[in-house]
Design a protein around this ligand. Structure first.
Ligand SMILES: Cc1cc2nc3c(=O)[nH]c(=O)nc-3n(C[C@H](O)[C@H](O)[C@H](O)COP(=O)(O)OP(=O)(O)OC[C@H]3O[C@@H](n4cnc5c(N)ncnc54)[C@H](O)[C@@H]3O)c2cc1C
Length: 400
């Protein structure tokens, strides 16, 4: 369980938030097909947990996507309007700032939208539940076994440090670690996402009026995500930290003191009743950022290795859809999930090294600095603004 699947923020959602990026990538009809298929993944995970007796603490109370600074005022509106224009207006329910505060009385959060289909869960419980279900079906799992080499034609030969396996087909589902393979080096940038979790404090949650179990994210490009747990904790995370950029997938992607300190500082500002509540744990992990902010699936030249990569920090629901796509690709079923236009989606490429790492680190710092400045009621300086907006100017679906 070294990957983010067992230690993420537990926001189980679809791809509606990526609707503008989806429309740009695959057109309106394709975008709707993908987003609707991904919603079915939320339903499927929920019913799988129920049928398999896996108590992943799945709580289906929706996700709020809300403003956290005056600069974000109304930033959710184009998304809601696009969904409405495509006939999916019910996926985003607009909420005024007082309606948001009735759900969570944070002095920082403003108006936004409720995504009714969203859920939260406990990711380690889900991952362990999946593991148990697979073992019961006779699947052998080799944890802690690093693949060092593989071929791409059938039969695929996969070598580890201690042995080798042959198979007719293979699937690469490596998340951010894909960035280590030459083919994906310019497709994926690993970036850090970090979380802190408080001790249980249900009385403080009651003080906030945040007892409905909704997950909350703000509209920053360096997105904050916050949720409660059934035992009354707050788990508070922020994606898009610069840590790890340019340094490969090093230990700072598991724990970055600066990113964690920032979360510890921010928590009582966003949720004043939590001042003085102990932080019980903090951790992080790598996310696989693509230029389109969307995952992509396909087959490597050679024909026997399929891949799915690029959930860009939002893979809990979409990786279930990804699993269906990859299964259909392997089985040659081409009229189901594998017919979705995420298959064979041409990625937008990042520049070659050293521009990729240096550029990404500089741009990411500028994004965080600009958004912090806006949150403090100021305006970022022109150079910071320019750098923060550079990805959009260059045609990527990244950044503010
Ligand atoms: C801190 C954090 C919070 C997040 N919060 C959310 C959230 O709230 N909601 C959401 O939707 N998404 C979230 N995400 C993203 C989400 O967790 C991922 O998109 C999703 O888990 C990706 O699953 P995956 O199966 O593609 O890959 P991963 O879970 O990343 O698994 C990849 C696996 O490949 C293994 N591997 C790598 N190299 C090798 C090798 N050479 N040989 C063998 N194995 C190898 C790794 O050890 C790892 O176990 C978060 C991510 C992080 C880091």
């Amino acid at each position: 369980m070294g990957g983010p699947s067992g230690r993420n923020g537990g926001f189980l959602g679809g791809l509606w938030e990526d609707l503008p990026a989806l429309v740009r990538a695959v057109g309106e009809a394709g975008a709707l097909r993908v987003a609707e298929a991904c919603d079915r993944s939320i339903d499927a995970i929920e019913s799988w947990c129920r049928d398999e007796g896996v108590d992943a603490w799945l709580t289906r109370r929706g996700h709020l996507l809300v403003e956290s600074s005056p600069a974000q005022r109304g930033a959710w509106r184009p998304l809601a309007e696009l969904a409405a224009r495509l006939g999916a207006g019910d996926r985003f329910v607009p909420l005024s700032s007082s309606q948001v505060r009735a759900r969570c009385a944070s002095p920082v959060l403003g108006a936004g939208v409720l995504q009714p289909s969203g859920a939260t869960l406990q990711p380690a419980r889900l991952a362990l539940g999946l593991r148990r279900a697979l073992l019961e079906r006779g699947v052998r799992i080799h944890e802690g076994t690093r693949v060092v080499r593989f071929t791409t034609t059938a039969p695929v030969v996969v070598e580890t440090e201690a042995g080798r396996v042959e198979a007719r087909d293979a699937v690469l589902a490596l998340g951010a670690w894909c960035a280590g393979l030459p083919r994906f080096r310019r497709v994926v940038i690993p970036r850090g996402s970090y979380i802190v979790i408080t001790e249980p404090a249900p009385d403080r949650l009651a003080e906030l009026g945040w007892t409905g179990g909704e997950g909350i994210a703000d509209l920053r490009a360096s997105l904050r995500y916050v949720r409660t747990t059934p035992d009354g904790r707050i788990a508070f995370g922020q994606a898009g930290s610069a840590a790890g950029l340019g340094t490969g997938l090093g230990p700072r992607l598991r724990y970055d003191p600066d990113s964690i300190a920032r979360l510890v500082r921010d928590l009582p500002r966003l949720f004043p009743p939590f001042a003085g509540v102990r932080i019980e744990a903090a951790w992080g992990g790598p996310i696989d950022v693509t230029g389109r902010h969307l995952p992509t699936f396909g087959t490597l030249p050679g024909g026997a290795v399929r891949y799915g990569v690029g959930y860009t920090g939002g893979g809990v629901g979409p990786s279930h859809l990804g699993g269906s796509i990859l299964a259909d690709l392997v089985l040659g079923i081409d009229d189901g999930a594998a017919s979705l236009p995420l298959v064979g989606l041409e990625p937008s490429r990042f520049p070659p090294e050293p521009l990729r790492s240096v550029g990404a680190a500089l741009v990411q710092r500028a994004i965080v600095r600009a958004e912090d400045r806006e949150e403090a009621g100021g305006r970022p300086d022109p150079l910071t603004r320019f750098a923060a907006r550079l990805p959009r100017r260059l045609g990527y679906d990244l950044g503010p």
